[in-house]
Structures are given as structure tokens and as C-alpha cells.
Write a protein that binds this ligand. Sequence first.
Ligand SMILES: [Zn+2]
Length: 450
Amino acid sequence: MPAVVTYWAEHAWLPHRGGPAVQPEVLITAGPDGRITGVVPDSGPCPAGAVRLAGLALPGQANAHSHAFHRALRSTVQVGSGTFWTWRDTMYKAAAALDPDRYLALATAVYAEMALAGITAVGEFHYLHHAPGGARYADPNAMGAALVEAAARAGIRITLLDTCYLSSGFGAEPTGPQLRFSDGDADAWAERASALAGAEHARIGAAVHSVRAVPAGQLDTVAQWAATRGAPLHVHLSEQTAENDACLAAHGVTPTRLLADHGVLGPRTSAVHATHLTDEDVRLLADTGTTICMCPTTERDLADGIGPARHLASAGCPITLGSDSHAVIDPFEEARALELDERLRTRTRGHWTANALLKAGTADGHASLGWPEAGRLEAGALADFCVLALDTVRTAGAPPVLGAETAVFAAGAADVRHLVVGGRHVVRDGVHRLVPETGRALAAAIGALR
Ligand SMILES: [Zn+2]
């Protein structure tokens, strides 16, 4: 990479006195360390030697919750009806066909799709650790290593959230496909996870799959592992009322209370979904500074219900966004869903500003994945950003000063023209430069699982 790369964005959404604002003719320079060295708005026409980026530059989107292999289920799970639990059976069948090589190919294509959608960092909630039947690979972290390598090949950052999954439900032994997820106990999980290595583009975090999958007495081990490393800790929480009912039956408390009692909640923790909560749960999550990751397109797809995102945010929880099962991969659709779902529920408008929704998908998302130095266009931050075209049939016509509103309420993944990660131009004019035939790569990787 040259010593310094200079980009010139026609418009950019920048931090500003009194809140972020769209500004014109913005020079963004990236140093050899992949960080932004300067951001200059109102800089005049694009100078010679700068890379011209037509449209609106935004900080890179953080996809805070992903299971890469669920991408293989797209469309096939839309036939007929079913429930969350029958969907899960189909998902288990896709998992059964994966090995490290196939997962590398699939995840590379999925992360390339994310790059094309404006995503510069993914939180991969990874639990498919072992070979069929639970046999260990020669490298017990071969599957996790494949995901880290896939992100490198797709040119994006990853936080590998290595997931503890031990039980088919509140202490019951794992069965069938779940044998591939389980390390036996939390100590064995911790030993394996401790052998994972980060990289310049990769950081390691932890996850508790859910209160269903990790017995209460072993939650502390996972929480402690993350605390010792200052690492992000993620957990699926109360996506389905059945989980709440079973937790109450097993422990006499809600899943939120159980997690709080075992040290799982806190400022490094993200609770994913948080769909069905009591007022006391909301208070606990807010008092502990826990982040909430909403995945509206998945929650919609699985008929989970509408989570109390506005209530949680007002109580003090940072909110982030994830595409989770990848029914679609579109961070702008996730952002607008937060507001639009709330409108349907309340029959009133205006619960979130476009600026607040963009912050959830950028700065707060990155922070929740352990990349607090990303998600903002300012000197010192990582040079990670995307550029939305403002001249497509979806985005044309609005004044550029309303770029945030256009991005959130009108644009979609198909409007992303450029992606820069660590100063490197990964997507140029809508084409992924490392995985140029991304559609073909997805088709091949998914076809190989049938
Ligand atoms: Zn999930």
C-alpha cells in the first residue's frame, strides 16, 4: 500500500458540533497504518492524485451478529410455514454438510456479499466447532480459523465470537448436530478458545449461545474468560417465549436475571434479540450497561416478535444491528426496520432519528465488537468506510444534506458503490476487487452443500 491514500468524497456524514451532518467535498486521507490521518470538508473539487468517490461516504457498517452458514438457507426456508424450531432443523441440516474447506469457501463469499452491502466488520457468532459426531479436527479451531481466513479473503474485519454451546436445553446432553457444537464443558471450551489467535483484521471474543445451551453453573467460566481478556461477550437472549418459560421452570428466574446473576451482563456484553423482556429485565440490562443487538430482518423472518428496542435505548442500552440468519444482508434495511417496526406497533412516527440509526450501525456496532477505534470518519479512526450512490432510482432526488435520511429510509445494499477497509479500496464501483464474481462464488459454495 502507498504511504498515504487520499480519497475525495462528493459528500460525507461527519461528526459535527450539535450532531453528525452531511458535508460536501470531503478529503479523507489514510496513512500506511490503515488509519485516517485527516478529514477535510469543503475542500473544493477533487484534486489530482485523489480517488474520486461520487455519492455519500459513511463510516463502515458493523454487522454485529452473523452466523455465516445460515446464508445457505436463503429462500429454501421460505417454502411452507413452520416455526422457529422447524427452521432450526433445516439449519442443522446445512451445518451437517460443512467442513473447514467448505466453510472457508462459503464464508468468503458471504463476507464478500457483506462488503458489497457496506459492511466493514462482522461479529461472527461461531458455534460449529467440531466434525460430525463431535470428533475433533487435527486443529480443534480449524472451523474458527476458516472464518478468520474468510474475512481476510473478503477484505473485511472480523470479531470471532467463539461460542460456548454445551447442552440441548438446560443441562440436557447435546444430541445429533449439536454434538458438533459442544466442547463437553466450559473449561474445555475455554482451553480451546484460548488457542485462537487474532490478526490485524481479526479479534477474538466469546459468546454464550443462550441460557438453553450453557448450564447456569458454567456461565461464570465463559464470563470470566472474556473479562480476563477485556474481550466482547455476546449472548442470544429471550428470542422466543419458549426460552423464557423453560428458564423460569428450570431456575425460577428470567434468562436476563440468570445471566446477571452469573456475571454475564456488563458494558462489554451484547445481548442479541432481547425480544421478550420484563420491565425488570430492561432495568437489569440498562443498569449493567449491556448493549442490545437487534436483528430485525431475522426476527421478522422467524416471527419472533418486535423487541423493545426503543424502551431499552431510552433506559440507557446502546443498540446495534445484525443480519444474523442472512435472510437478507442489508444494514440499511436493518436500521430502518428499527424505526418502522416501532411505528407499526405504536401507530406513531419518529422514535429514532436517521442519525441515531446510523450511529447504531456504525460506532456502536464497532464498539460492541471490540473495535472502538472504528465507525467514525475522523482523524485517528480506522479508515473503514462505504460510499452510497445518490443517483440511483432509489436515492436520486433528495437534497444531499438529507443524506442520512436517504441512507436509512430509502437506500439499500444495492446502492453501495465503494468500500474502503484500513485505507484499502475493497469494493470499487460496485465490484468486489478480491471476490469479483461474488454471486458465482455464493452459488458454488452453497451448491456444494446439497
Ligand atoms: Zn443468532
